[in-house]
Design a binder for this molecule. Structure first.
Ligand code: FAD
Length: 468
């Protein structure tokens, strides 16, 4: 038996794009249905942002306990990592949030339809699952997210090779791990494993880590990673993975000096994610892809080429971040309600949960150079910040970029303690076109790591007050 539903708005996918759009639309008075084939919360809550951060926390505790004697705290007994409990706690956090999304759906009267959605036409979708549905709606938002890219490396299917989802479920802590890919996911895992005491090798094809960041930040994190004992192999291409006689993994990589071998217990492949269009039959609705053929093409208000069909989040392949997906979801709902506003990407915060954390918003210095902008940069380190010293985290710096013409702050990067929280103030400043003076005239609490933002703003004018 096929059930028929006719909501005002149908959303395919309940990740941070889809579920936020659903709540927002329901609050705006629309009858909303959401189709989800796996768990509510999508990649972010189940196998992305949240589970990784739970592991980051466990690994940081491990690292802090190892270094606790410096703070006058000695623990006495041998340090043990119970990986089963690390994963169990991660699951508990995830389940709490996933059920919270379920509660919000119910509370806001959003109908959750379980199953796999595929288009029949521009306004009709079929759902296959435990029950079958045919859903027609005037407005449809595609929010199917992304999936792990398939990589063509010989040996990729060997049992000790994991992707990020498998790593998040792995209850054994390897002694040695090789991570292929020095991007965001690869580097977050590199620090997780290292802080848990694992020997870590990262093999990266490009000449530096985290290529979406300014080069000085990449250099800084590379130095800090190496100081933490992570082995980094840049300019290196993995050519194959093999199984040794003793069951260990052998990863072969090539660089300008020739061929090298890395032996490890596990291999984590963190090479990237691609828009999830599998079995969605978008061609039946006439929905077009972007020029690169990757991701659904959308305009600034999240419309696809098909009237009343919108796409948001990772499936558009614009920026793969949860908060961007949510914001695009709200934009799409506003558009279909005739309250349209453009999406702006000039002040999107980007955080990487390494140790220390990294965050950036707005323009990079490298982009300013390329675009020939008349700009000034100020860089202030955490080394003279009282709070950072009490935390024993004096590494890193904050960098602000000012447009000389307008005096406005157009970009900022942070590598150091609390970067993930501090970036919110910088984002507010950049998004609202605050000037260097407006920041220097603001009172920052003492002693906090945020004072470095204040100092960096002074650095754009008369010079930072606490630096020689
Ligand atoms: P998704 O979260 O992928 O959700 C899409 C949903 O659609 C899924 O639940 C899927 O099951 C469902 N779906 C797909 N096809 C169908 C279909 N045909 N029928 C029914 N349902 C379907 N981002 C951050 O901002 N911060 C972070 O710290 C961060 N860390 C990450 C760590 C890892 C390891 C990974 C993998 C990602 C991380 N991300 C992070 C990225 C973030 O998870 C994504 O950008 C975000 O989840 C995208 O949201 P979305 O709603 O577009 O898609």
């Amino acid at each position: 038996q096929t059930h028929a539903i006719n909501p005002d708005l149908l959303i395919i996918g309940a990740g941070p794009g889809g579920y936020v759009a659903a709540i927002y639309a329901a609050k705006k008075g629309l009858q909303v249905a959401v189709i989800e084939k796996e768990e509510l919360g999508g990649t972010c809550l189940n196998v992305g942002c949240i589970p990784t951060k739970s592991l980051v926390k466990s690994s940081e505790i491990c690292h802090e306990i190892k270094n606790s004697s410096l703070f006058g705290i000695t623990t006495g007994s041998d340090l043990q990592v119970d990986m089963k409990q690390v994963i169990r706690r991660k699951n508990e956090v995830k389940e709490k949030l996933v059920s919270g999304v379920g509660y919000l759906m119910e509370k806001n009267g959003v109908q959750v339809v379980r199953g796999h959605a595929s288009f029949l036409s521009a306004h009709e979708v079929k759902v296959t699952g435990e029950n079958s549905y045919r859903i027609s709606a005037k407005n449809i938002i595609v929010a199917t997210g992304s999936r792990i890219s398939k990589v063509n490396i010989p040996g990729i299917d060997l049992p000790f090779v994991m992707n990020s989802t498998e790593a998040l479920a792995c209850e054994e802590l390897p002694k040695v791990i090789t991570i292929i890919g020095g991007g965001v996911i690869g580097m977050e895992f590199a620090f997780i494993y290292r802080n848990l005491g694992v020997e870590v090798h990262v093999v990266e094809f490009m000449d530096r880590l985290l290529t979406m960041l300014d080069s000085d930040i990449s250099v800084e994190i590379m130095c800090l990673a190496q100081r933490a004992g992570i082995h980094i192999h840049t300019n290196s291409k993995v050519s194959k993975i093999q199984r040794a006689d003793d069951g260990q993994a052998i990863v072969t990589y090539e660089n300008s000096e020739g061929e090298h071998l890395l032996v490890s217990e596990k291999v984590l492949v963190a090479i990237g994610r691609e828009p999830n269009l599998e079995g969605l039959d978008i061609e039946k609705a006439g929905i077009q892809l972007n020029e690169r053929g990757k991701g659904i093409a959308v305009d600034k208000q999240m419309r696809t080429n098909v009237e009343n069909v919108y796409a948001i989040g990772d499936v558009t392949n614009i920026i793969q971040l949860a908060h961007v997906a949510s914001h695009q979801g709200i934009t799409a709902v506003n558009t279909l309600l005739g309250e349209s506003q453009d999406m702006h990407y000039s002040a999107v915060p980007n955080v990487i949960f390494t140790s220390p954390e990294i965050a950036s918003a707005g323009l990079l210095e490298d982009e300013c150079k390329e675009n020939g902008l008349d700009y000034r940069v100020s860089k202030v380190s955490f080394a003279s910040n009282g709070k950072a010293l009490t935390m024993n985290e004096p590494e890193g710096f904050i960098k602000l970029i000012k447009d000389n013409g307008s005096g406005q702050i157009v970009g900022g990067s942070i590598i150091g303690p609390d970067a993930s929280s501090l970036i919110s103030s910088l984002t507010l400043a950049i998004a609202n076109g605050l000037t260097e003076q407006q920041i220097t005239q603001t009172i920052f609490a003492h002693p906090t790591t945020g004072e470095v933002i204040h100092e960096a703003a002074f650095g754009l004018g008369i010079g930072a007050l606490h630096q020689g």
